[in-house]
Ligand binder design. Structure first.
Ligand SMILES: [Fe+2]
Length: 346
């Protein structure tokens, strides 16, 4: 059997567990893992990343709700479809379970046929969502996805490691990327702190800055690595990197600001940017922050160092573009940081 669908069944009632597992296995295409307590269930879920979990609600602690809560906190297991088994009297808990993100519930006693239908429906829904998000245009994106899946299967996986691996992959295509990325990550972090944003958002901006140009992985080498000026047509291909970035990042369940930076970092305050031509504060704040930082680093650190602008010239440019390309308030906050840093260096 190639790539069987993995199901995890968690129930403290051992005879029900055995019967259920056997019924599912008899369907022929399921590999069934079983756990007779919540802790073992959590361990098996994290280690094996099943395609779907069926879990009893009433168990000695941790009960089904606690299992769901634990798995929901872990980015690796949060998206696994989850079905509750409940007794008729568990009405309150059933609602709590659904509220916490369970996908479905089945009331005991249930028929095996009913369970099979629910399992198949949920798996089909998950499959459909995934294939809608799949791009068939870029082989690289598929390679990237395979890499991401590998990383997510390692137990120590977290979003930062994921982002690092993605950056390494992009660096294979575009060697200049990594140095630029490290610098903008640091600068956007400083600007976010200067603005007094909360730690959560600061962390999201960190990840977004790291991954801002990840969509470039889908741009052909002949354009991405071209040294001469780009033709209009080539430029319009480059411009698709923001949409490709969103396409890559969206299925990963990353925080909104991460995707906002990838998708909107080429918007302009005056509405003349891309991909949406948003104007002013309609552009999400993380993207407005990032676009200033990105411009600063691009202008002061050109690939050919003789083309780099001086700090003085770049400051004048940012001021001149405040209210045109950039959010004027953010330009002032950013220049305050640059001013302090150059004073410290003196
Ligand atoms: Fe970009």
């Amino acid at each position: 059997m190639k790539n069987p669908i993995k199901l995890l069944v968690i129930d403290d009632d051992k005879s029900l567990l055995i019967g259920l597992a056997e019924a599912l296995r008899r369907e022929g295409w399921y590999q069934v893992l079983t756990a007779d307590n919540g802790n073992l269930g959590i361990q098996l879920a994290e280690k094996n990343l099943p395609h779907l979990i069926i879990c009893d609600l009433m168990m000695p602690p941790p009960n089904g709700i606690a299992v769901l809560q634990t798995l929901a906190k872990n980015p690796v297991t949060a998206a696994i479809p989850f079905i509750f088994l409940t007794a008729r009297t568990d009405h309150e808990d059933k609602l709590t379970g659904l509220d916490l993100g369970a996908d479905d519930y089945i009331t005991k006693p249930f028929s095996k046929d009913e369970l099979m239908i629910r399992v198949r429906t949920l798996l089909r829904r998950k499959d459909l969502t995934e294939s809608m998000e799949r791009s068939n245009s870029e082989e690289e994106i598929n390679l990237l996805r395979a890499e991401i899946r590998n990383i997510m299967q390692s137990s120590a996986a977290n979003h930062n490691q994921l982002a690092e691996a993605m950056i390494q992959m992009l660096s294979l295509r575009d060697s200049q990327t990594e140095v630029h990325v490290r610098r903008v990550v640091e600068l956007s972090n400083k600007l976010a702190r200067e603005l007094g944003l909360g730690e959560d958002l600061i962390q999201q901006i960190y990840l977004g800055s790291l991954l801002h140009d990840i969509g470039k992985i889908g741009i052909p080498d002949s354009i991405l690595q071209k040294e001469q000026a780009l033709t209009d047509e080539e430029h319009s291909v480059i411009m698709t990197h923001t949409s490709l970035g969103k396409l890559i990042l969206q299925p990963l369940g990353l925080a909104p600001a991460v995707i906002e930076i990838a998708y909107y970092h080429h918007e302009r305050w005056d509405g003349g940017g891309y991909p949406e031509g948003l104007e002013g504060e309609n552009i999400p704040l993380p993207a407005r922050i990032f676009s200033i930082v990105d411009a600063w680093d691009t202008l002061t650190s050109d690939r050919q160092s003789q083309n780099s602008w001086s700090q003085k010239k770049t400051i004048a440019h940012l001021r001149e573009q405040a209210g045109r390309h950039f959010d004027p308030n953010l330009v002032e906050s950013f220049l305050a940081i640059i001013g302090r840093e150059s004073k410290e260096k003196r």
